[in-house]
Design a protein around this ligand. Sequence first.
Ligand code: F0G
Length: 456
Amino acid sequence: MKTIIEPFKIKMVEPLRMSTRNERETFLKNAFYNPFLLTSDQVIIDLLTDSGTSAMSAAQWGGMMQGDESYAGASSWLKMEKVIRALTGHEFIFPTHQGRAAERILYGYLGKPGKVFISNTHFDTTRANIEFTGAEAIDIPSPSDPDSDFPFKGNIDLNKLEELLKQYGKNVAGVIITATNNSGGGQPVSMENMKSASALCRKHSVNLFLDCCRIAENSWFIRLHESGYQNKTCKSIAQEMFGYADGAIMSLKKDGLVNMGGFLTLRNKELADACQNLLIITEGFITYGGLSGRDMEAIAQGLEEVFDHDYLHYRITSTGFLGKGVKALGVPVVWPIGGHAVYVDAAAFYSHIPVHHYPAQALVCELYLAGGIRAVEIGSVMFGKYDDDGNLIPARRELVRLAIPRRVYTQSHIEYVIEVFEELSANRQKTTGLKIIKEPAFLRHFTCHFEKTGAA
Ligand code: F0G
């Protein structure tokens, strides 16, 4: 069949509040042109993130009623731990309230001035947790041609990895493979790349960590495009990938299909002991780590459901539907389309807006004004820095991410988004940029304020 249907039916609904363009003009102005500062009822289609926004299944909600809320040794934890152990094969497993808490524990312990972490691309919280320790985070994404159809553009650059491992020697605190590569376009990492990175890390006695928050989506791409995996289950593909890692960090808010949760796994006892101490100080006891029993029930169930092939087929196809739809309008997108989001190249879409007027932030604002769609800037607002004279050092790319919550929107919601892009395409030249008028020291994109420049 040409039509891939959503492999679920809807039992519970949440109304969307419709708004007019005039209302949205006021809402956005009051939010200082930063959609992070809008309230959710001011948004019609929320594509800000796929994190913590999943719809849970009836089985997950049912499980929540059976949450064991004991402080220590809760049965809900034992269930969650069992599922994670079967998936990762790693010996030490710690629950955390979300991904960045696991990052803070592990990278906070390993990082310090003089140390470096190397990754296919550090996500923003990963980078922030590393830089907060005084260590350096180095990105070495695969050098593939952006216009090619190569399916594994999330790969790490293995030649550079080898060079950096030699150059920094004992000062490499860890190598991190993020699968899929969120900041790089939601693109998958191949098994071959993971395997080779692992061999290099072993040769240099460096730990390889897997940031696996979208591991099920990554596994689907491997099954689809990497030879030798067509007859394997996505779960077994993920298991093989974990086999190459010395530890893993997961934000369960993505492929855990839950609204809150995370974990850290390790193989090394010494490292695990150190992390366990930090876990207890800030997250909680080792059998709940910031989660309630009911959260852990939903996680145990969600981590099984996410590997269902009908679900993954629909998930990746529906993201592709949006990506192909906007691309067909001539909107430049990161290609091929990744797993959880479509990334629009705003620097190319608004080529008349200079980077210091943040073309991707301008597109985020236009999407909101035209259709009440909330998206996120992944460009120089998120990753830009300043030189000593206060001039902007721009990010590598000016992207807008349209992240699709799991099991939340139907095809007609997505068709509406495509139609909004049609309108924006027709009015491209009229759009102007923005400037930042207030910003915090870290992760400025969440809370900074903008004002319109008035001229492109
Ligand atoms: N690693 C990656 C690759 C992520 O995408 C995220 C979160 C984290 C770690 C941190 O996890 O939010 O549970 O603390 N990404 C969200 C996003 C916020 O919108 O992409 P967290």
